[in-house]
Design a protein around this ligand. Structure first.
Ligand code: 5GP
Ligand code: MN
Length: 350
């Protein structure tokens, strides 16, 4: 059985909205990942089952390897249809904000959501949620927003009616946000939920292949290039990867191709902290991704790069820099954390 973690008052309040409202909008974070897309589509299919008018809007397009997800074709990229999307957001009865904690995580859309007269609900597992919604369901201890979505839909009495489509969306986000159940996934209830999703005939082996064995040859070659440029800093238990604009051009980089690169150096014995620096092709800035193993808080380091996130997975941005400058900046910042890295490594050697 599952522990009741969502406040039942919030569930009842949403159930009232379900009865009284018709136009629902679902929004998730910029550069949507499996959890953002999975939780959005699960809720989308649920609300469609209730015969609601539903629109899923994400700030920008998502990677090709999520296009197979049931309902993915209905997702609107805000930056491609700004005027249409603004109207839909302004006229919504309810806006459901999934898998992000602050409105600035959805770029220009954030202010449109804030000023919309719609009722708002936030369902998320990032630390420190901004108080902008009428209902805030924030559980950072949860593996994924999809795990939270499963619990929410069950609390709404939907499990019996849940079909393979919804179960597959939920499973995909749970799988991707835990690296295929290799981190943040020691809570036994996760596997209870997985077993309940398998009862809905999710083909979990197929989901794994669709997400992980679905790359272009150039994507794999790009991975080789990035690994060749890896810098390991043994005295900090840290490794740095970079990806320049030139490399992106040479290997026909498309959005999402570098998903997961940041995790690769964690395979090195004694490395507990990794940094991946990607030059952005549209804005003059470097996107920073950080990952750690154990107690080392990468969201604290990310705060030094205008970012945030979770203890073991976070990110930020370095405006006006190229990858080389960003790498130097990162190493300067790293110096401050040397002792803490050593302590964390000694507490939790691999
Ligand atoms: P990724 O490295 O996959 O881009 O992001 C990992 C996690 O870091 C995200 O789930 C999100 O919580 C956080 N994150 C990434 N980029 C940013 C950012 O620019 N700002 C903030 N606040 N968090 C970020
Ligand atoms: Mn997530």
């Amino acid at each position: 059985m599952l522990t009741q973690i969502i406040n039942p008052e919030y569930v009842s309040k949403f159930a009232e909205w379900q009865d009284s409202c018709h136009k629902f909008v679902i929004v998730a974070h910029t550069n949507p990942d499996g959890d953002a897309i999975g939780s959005s589509l699960a809720l989308y299919h649920y609300l469609r089952y209730l015969r609601k008018k539903v629109c899923v809007i994400m700030p920008n397009p998502f990677p090709d390897f999520f296009k197979w997800m049931p309902g993915a074709d209905f997702i609107m990229a805000y930056n491609r249809y700004v005027h249409v999307a603004d109207k839909i957001i302004a006229e919504a009865d309810v806006i459901c904000c999934l898998d992000f904690n602050r409105l600035d995580r959805i770029d220009e859309m954030g202010e449109k959501v804030r000023t919309s007269k719609a009722k708002k609900i936030l369902i998320d597992h990032h630390l420190d949620p901004e108080e902008f919604a009428d209902i805030t369901i924030s559980h950072p201890e949860q593996s994924s927003t999809c795990e939270l979505m499963y619990r929410f839909l069950c609390d709404l009495g939907y499990y019996y009616r849940m079909n393979t489509t919804v179960a597959t969306c939920i499973y995909t986000g749970m799988m991707t946000d835990t690296g295929g159940f290799t981190f943040n996934s020691n809570n036994p209830e996760i596997f209870f939920i997985v077993s309940m999703l398998l009862r809905k005939r999710v083909d979990k082996d197929l989901v794994y292949r669709k997400v992980n064995y679905n790359f272009s040859a150039s994507r794999l070659l790009l991975q080789g290039q990035v690994l060749t440029g890896m810098e390991v800093l043994p005295e900090y238990h840290t490794a740095i990867l970079t990806l320049t604009k030139d490399q992106q051009r040479e290997y026909q980089y498309s959005k999402g191709d570098s998903e997961g690169f940041v995790n690769m150096p964690l395979q090195i014995k004694d490395v507990i902290f990794t940094c991946f620096l990607r030059e952005d092709t549209e804005k003059e800035m470097v996107k920073v991704s950080l990952r750690s193993i154990g107690e080392f808080p990468c969201h604290i380091v990310a705060a030094e790069f205008n970012g945030g996130g979770h203890k073991n997975a976070s990110g930020g941005e370095l405006p006006g820099m190229n990858a080389e400058m960003a790498s130097e900046k990162f190493k300067q910042v790293l110096e401050k954390y040397k002792e803490q890295l050593e302590e964390c490594f000694n507490q939790h050697p691999k």
